[in-house]
Design a protein around this ligand. Structure first.
Ligand SMILES: Cc1ncc(COP(=O)(O)O)c(C=O)c1O
Length: 417
């Protein structure tokens, strides 16, 4: 038997990290009040709880116009449709992200063009954006991945040069900020998710920040079955029922009360981990861009040098999880998802750009390396516990590293499990 927990040894950490989401009597009172009010849903839009939440979210994140939506997938689609982006248009998306970022352009009728990422942040690489622009490109959809923000200075400069819209996927970035403003307020739109894994949650939910009043009116019309939301009734769009409910908003209003203290605690623990990880041979702590003023800890990402661990990220993540440390190896490159194979689509694959649209033939080297060998994600719960919880991460990493280097055959045994 090996000392590694995954092979039958003792776990480094037996106690679970704090559960998510935390809740107390305030949540029960808030939901009870909505139940008693009889106004449970999202109609008429916006309800009192929803408006209160939107005002408070804007006060926290910055920005001027916010629309409350059912989730952070629809927010992306609504942004594209509010900007009249659809059939025949191309939207540039990072290949390393959650499925929704690339699915939203498809739902709006546009084509997602996948590009490579920056190994220092795991976010979209501005140079790759520039190289992918064609006469059909209408928008860039950067994602702020885990605790890092995409290079918004470079992205906004490219957008201005080429007259493109920018929709920030800030599903992970509640409370994060760049020198020029809060995440989601720098581009033309900012999309947030309040789904259960997110750091501000009502189980499901989404907010779309809009820089222009006109976009916000159109977005509100789209999420409210096409009803007008501007004083003149001029900004209507074909829509559906994508409204957030009052029950969701009531939970979010309570979640916002807890958010500042949670964010401070996560940052404190993450800063401690930055230091501790940098002392482990073969770990690359992702450099913090000084232009990013505040980070949001949806997850903590770092990179490993597989040779220094005797294994790649997939084996390390499995071994670390077995030690009691909640973690995973991150996203697959989007073009590997079965969902995005051309055979699933009736859209034509333009023969002039097979490298963009024939996802089966696509190879983006940084996304492949981060996904398949180097990238590691630590879950948020680790950063809401005590400092011993961070020490356990370090101890578990050192234990696995020592065992795999001492006995290289263990990596094979783990792979075969
Ligand atoms: C990067 C990213 N974008 C979009 C979404 C979609 O959000 P939702 O689950 O609220 O639809 C998620 C997560 O779920 C995400 O991680």
């Amino acid at each position: 038997m090996s000392e590694l927990a995954i092979l039958g040894g003792e776990r480094t950490r037996a106690a679970p990290y704090p559960p998510w989401p935390p809740h107390d009597e305030r949540d029960i009172a808030a939901v009870t009040a909505v139940v008693r009010s009889g106004n449970w849903g999202g109609f008429p839009y916006p309800g009192a709880q929803t408006q209160r939440f939107l005002d408070a979210f804007l006060a926290m994140q910055g920005g001027e116009h916010a629309v409350a939506v059912m989730n952070g997938t629809l927010t992306l689609e609504v942004a594209l449709r509010a900007a009249d982006i659809g059939w025949g248009d191309e939207v540039i998306v990072p290949a390393y992200t959650f499925q929704a970022t690339a699915a939203a352009p498809m739902m709006a009728g546009a084509l997602p063009v996948l590009v490579d990422i920056d190994p220092n942040t795991f976010c979209i690489d501005p140079a790759a954006i520039e190289a992918a622009i064609t006469e059909r490109t209408r928008a860039i959809l950067p994602v702020h991945v885990a605790a890092h923000m995409a290079d918004m200075d470079a992205i906004m400069a490219i957008a201005e040069r080429h007259n493109l819209l920018v929709i920030e996927d800030a599903a992970h970035a509640h409370g994060a900020s760049w020198r020029s403003g809060g995440a989601g307020t720098i581009g033309h739109f900012g999309s947030f998710s309040m789904q259960s894994s997110k750091i501000l949650t009502a189980g499901e939910g989404g907010v779309l920040l809009c820089r222009s009043q006109e976009h916000a009116w159109r977005a509100a019309s789209i999420i409210d079955c096409g009803r007008p939301h501007d004083p003149e009734g001029a900004h209507t769009r074909q829509g559906g029922n994508y409204r957030m409910t009052e029950l969701q908003a009531a939970l979010l209003n309570v979640a916002l009360e807890r958010f500042p203290a949670q964010a401070r605690l996560r940052e404190e623990r993450a800063a401690y981990l930055d230091e501790a990880l940098s002392e482990i041979e073969g770990i690359r702590v992702l450099k913090r861009d000084p232009r990013q003023r505040r980070r949001a800890l949806f997850a903590y990402t770092f990179a490993i040098e597989p040779a220094a661990f005797g294994a790649g990220n997939a084996i390390l993540a499995r071994a670390l999880a077995a030690e009691g440390i909640p973690c995973y190896r991150g996203y697959d490159p989007m073009y590997r998802y079965d969902l995005f194979q051309p055979r699933n689509s009736r859209l034509p694959v333009p023969s002039a750009f097979p490298e963009y649209f024939d996802f089966a033939r696509m190879r983006l080297p940084v996304a492949e390396r981060i996904s398949g060998a180097e990238g590691m994600w630590l879950e948020e719960a680790i950063f809401r516990g005590d400092q011993a919880g961070i020490d356990d991460v370090i101890a578990a990493l050192r234990k696995i590293q020592a065992a795999l280097l001492r006995e290289p055959a263990l990596a094979e045994r783990i792979r075969a499990l």
